[in-house]
Design a protein around this ligand. Sequence first.
Ligand SMILES: [Zn+2]
Length: 382
Amino acid sequence: MTCVLMRYLSCLLFLTLFPKAFAEELKQDSLLNHNKTQVVALGYHEFSAVKKGSAMRITTSLFAEQMQAIKDSGIRVISLTEFLQWRKGHLELPAQAVLITIDDGWISVYEEAFAVLKKHRFPFTIFLYQNYLNGGGRALTTTMVNEMLQHGCEIGCHSKSHPLPSSFRKKQKVSPESYQKYLQTEILFPKAFFEKTFQRPVTTYAYPGGYQPPETLSLLSKWGYEACFTVKPGVITRETPFEALPRHIVYGHLPQTFLRALDFPVTKNSSFSQNQNTQFPVLPKAGSSSSDRFAQIEIDLSSLTDLDPRSIRLEVSSYGNVPHSFDPIKQSVSWKPSIPYRSEEVIARLFWKKTGQKHSNLPMTWSFQIELENSYLQSLGQ
Ligand SMILES: [Zn+2]
């Protein structure tokens, strides 16, 4: 606390004396913060109002629930452009952000997902493959894509023919020259095709089936690609290599793939503790510090209608699920540890549902600091 106050006072002095230099310092600070931003890229394929969910397909209702959960969590959904600007260091983002991507170019993107995304004004990216666009049947058309481009949609390339890894291997066996040509046909030329068709730069690629031909890694940037996505789950930071950006594929039959994807790792080194916000009032406040090693945790859920009290679960780092109390009149959740906090950073996570809601919401996660040294000194003095 004292340290923060000192810093504030010195900044104030600094500001009076050197306003310009202060602005520089602020700029550097924010750069430091956004360097630690974590972005989760979600990957979807097909949507259906009637067919069951599978690895490649999600029901429209579950997709709508997931988008609502993101909305409720307050986690920012960013556009591909914002993502690329942030990667270059030209844009600052909150501690956590989500990028929504959809592969292949199924017509159901337009017929099912588009309305849901538009409702929330969520930007999204479609990774198209050239041979499927305007392919009839269940494929998107240029007209549909053009309409979506007016409403938060951006496009990336997903190859020419969506080749399997075996196709690459087969071509490689023929000759180095024909293989080189094949790589250009599948990865470079469709980029130009989409740029011409949609009159905009296309600088991102999603590897079909997640397969990265090793020989392409050195070519991607030469060919003008700035961001290439795999299907390996993980979190993206500014330091993640651009040729292998992780992405969480959301399986329509396994809703936990969605929850797991958005379970951002909270580590001491992430910017989470300095840059977090909570959708409900909590105590100790997010990012605050306390010298009370028995600090009570409180969550005020009074703004929630239709809360199902039985669905509430409170998880506290190193304690696991804790036996919380629920006050039905105040609609608040509380818990006080019987064993003192032992780590400097306490991470709390609240799970809850509304009455009748099938799937869980994204948990609300926050952390606060315990000044172990101060509390030790205090206990000595007593
Ligand atoms: Zn695909």
